[in-house]
Structure formats: C-alpha cells, structure tokens
Design a protein around this ligand. Structure first.
Ligand SMILES: [Mn+2]
Length: 357
C-alpha cells in the first residue's frame, strides 16, 4: 500500500503528536489572526482552529479576504453566529501570529504578506510553500480541510460543540459534494464522527438556503414564462442582472418530478446566455448545446451542465428582432431540433461554424 503522504515539516505522526506540534507554535500572550477565503470548508476549519487555540492564546480572530454572497454560506454564518470581519476591518499589526486554513498564501494577492505560524490546506502544495510558514500541513488527497482539522480536534480529545460540528459537517459536505468528488476514508471517518454531534435543523436550513429575498421576483417571472415540452422545461427571462440567476432557475426547475432537462436563457450585457441542466442518462447537455448554438457563438459543457453565449447583435441579424417571444421560440426550436439549419444565418457562416465544432 502506498505510504500516506503528508507534505509537512516532519513525518506522518499520531493525532495527539500532530496537535501538540500545532500548539507548540503559540504562546499564551499571542493574538492570532486566522485568514481565510471564506467558503464553508474554510469557515469550518477556521472555527475548529479557533477552538484548538482557545485558552492557549490571548485571542483568535478569523478574517476573510472575500465577500460572502452564496445564500447557504450567509445562512451558515448567521445561524452559527460566526463573526468573520473583512481583512480590511482589522489592523494586521495588532496581531502577533498568523494562520491560514483551506488556502495557501500564493492563492491570492489579497492575503497579507506575513510569515504564517500555521498553514493547513488540502489544495496542491505551492512551490515555495515551505518558506511561507512554520507548521505546514498540506494534504492534497483530502476532500476537505475540515477533515484535517477534525483530526487535530480528535488528537486534542476536544469534543466539538454542536455549532462547531455543524460547521465542519457542512464544510466536508460542500467540498466533497456529498462524497461525489474525491473523498477519502478520512473524510468519511470525520463525517461519521461529526454527524451525530451536529445540529440537524440548522444543517437542513443551511442546505435549503438557495436564494435571497430578491431572487423571489425572478422565480415568479420564471414560473410565469415557463414552457414544458415532454421532459424539458424552458424559460427565457429577458434582461437579467447576472448569469447566475439563470443557473439558479435551471437548477430549480430540476426539482419538478417530470423535468429531466432545463433550459433557461436571459440577456446579460450584450449577450444571450443559455444555461442547460440535464439529468437524463441518454442526453448530453454539452453536445446538445454545441450543436444547437455553436454555429452562432460559444457553446459547450459537460453531460449534466452546459452553457452557450451568443452576441446580441448577431442574434438580431439572424432573428430580425430580440423580443422576448422571438428569443423564446428560437431557443426552444434550437434545443428541440439542434441539427436543423439556422434560417437567416448566411450558409457559408453556418457551414464554417459547423465545421469548427
Ligand atoms: Mn476546501
């Protein structure tokens, strides 16, 4: 069996030894700043590190370099009462020690350029990572950094509170996409250990949080304009504030029992953006979208998700106008008969585009 590879200063070691090494990096008078790029795995890991340092340092502050915008992440921060100010809201010179979890300094120029006492992460190790900190614990095979921190907690014989267990469970769930993505026996073991300790009503609420209040208007619009053809649901939403709402609605439509494919389009900037989601085993969203929209713009994706973008000016040339009804009919026609020649598109352009696909 392959030796368990841990990039760290030192050999693979027992859980208590690993935690002792972490503690050895800190003094009781330390003020510790933990820097993250906030997502569930980073937030859960930061909370665990703060717990590990509790009563061992003067205080620990967790700061983020990004904005938290995803609804589930916002719910996580709110219900788990996490106080995570932006880096710009603190004075870096007020702190005596620095730590980073779920990232490495080279991942973003926004991270403070300091020497880190601790860097714990599961992304591939950067070339000069050894020079950036003291205790470097990088395990690229792990599905989540929360799994690594759970091992530190267990090494310290610290039983996580429901709040901490909930954060760690959600971090592991998110980064392993509920164990669909690469996950190790270690991830499963951490999950099994944490799951009974988590607050399940909070966990469900975080899972359920897929939208902001302002998104409800766009859902109403989607429900008004939706069209169903066999197992495909279509909606053209007109002008949208971001392409993300199209993705959101496309995912939302898949909640309907008979819907295997959702196709949601909208005008964003100077482009028509079309999003497809597919769960039908016999269809391939990427191929279908390439065939349907490739001759007019960029189109492609995977079996389950695909996207196309078409310049609005070209679309107007081909369709005559860019009214919502016209676009709706156009998108439905293309998806249902992707092989058909596009009327209005000069034949030469059509052939050239098709040849390049
Ligand atoms: Mn992660």
């Amino acid at each position: 069996m392959a030796k368990r590879k841990i990039v760290a200063n030192g050999k693979p070691r027992s859980l208590p030894e690993q935690t002792r090494r972490l503690w050895a990096r800190f003094e009781p008078e330390d003020r510790v700043l933990v820097v993250v790029n906030a997502d569930p795995d980073a937030l859960g890991s930061a909370l665990a590190l703060r717990r590990l340092l509790w009563r061992r340092v003067l205080n620990t502050t967790v700061v983020r370099i990004n904005e938290v915008t995803r609804p589930d992440n916002l719910t996580m921060v709110r219900l788990l009462r996490m106080t995570v100010p932006h880096l710009s809201d603190v004075n870096v010179s007020d702190y005596s020690k620095f730590a980073m979890v779920d990232s490495q300094p080279q991942h973003s120029p926004d991270f403070p350029d300091v020497h880190y006492s601790v860097i714990i992460d599961h992304h591939p190790a950067g070339d000069d990572i050894a020079s950036r900190g003291d205790l470097i614990d990088i395990r690229p095979r792990y599905g989540a950094t929360c799994t690594i921190l759970t091992e530190y907690l267990r090494g310290a014989k610290i039983k996580p509170s429901p709040r901490l267990a909930t954060a760690l469970v959600y971090g592991i769930k998110t980064d392993t996409a509920i164990f669909q993505r690469s996950a190790l026996a270690e991830d499963l073991s951490a999950f099994r250990y944490l799951f009974p300790k988590a607050n399940h009503s909070v966990l469900r609420k975080i899972d359920f949080s897929e939208m902001r209040v302002r998104d409800l208007d766009i859902i109403r619009k989607a429900l008004e304009v939706k069209m169903v053809r066999k197992n495909t649901m279509f909606a053209h939403l007109g002008q949208v504030k971001s392409a993300d709402v199209l993705v959101q609605i496309a995912d939302f439509f898949l909640k309907v029992d008979i819907v295997d494919i959702s196709v949601v389009s909208g005008i964003f900037g100077d482009r028509l953006v079309v999003i497809m989601r597919n769960v039908a085993a016999r269809s391939n969203a990427g191929k279908l979208m390439t065939q349907a929209f490739g001759p007019l713009g960029s189109a492609g994706g995977h079996k389950n998700m695909a996207r196309a973008e078409i310049n609005r000016a070209l679309l107007k040339d081909v369709l005559g106008d860019c009214q919502d009804d016209t676009i709706t009919r156009f998108v439905m026609r293309r998806v249902q008969r992707p092989w058909a020649r596009i009327k209005g598109l000069p034949e030469a352009a059509d052939q050239a585009a098709t040849a390049s696909v």
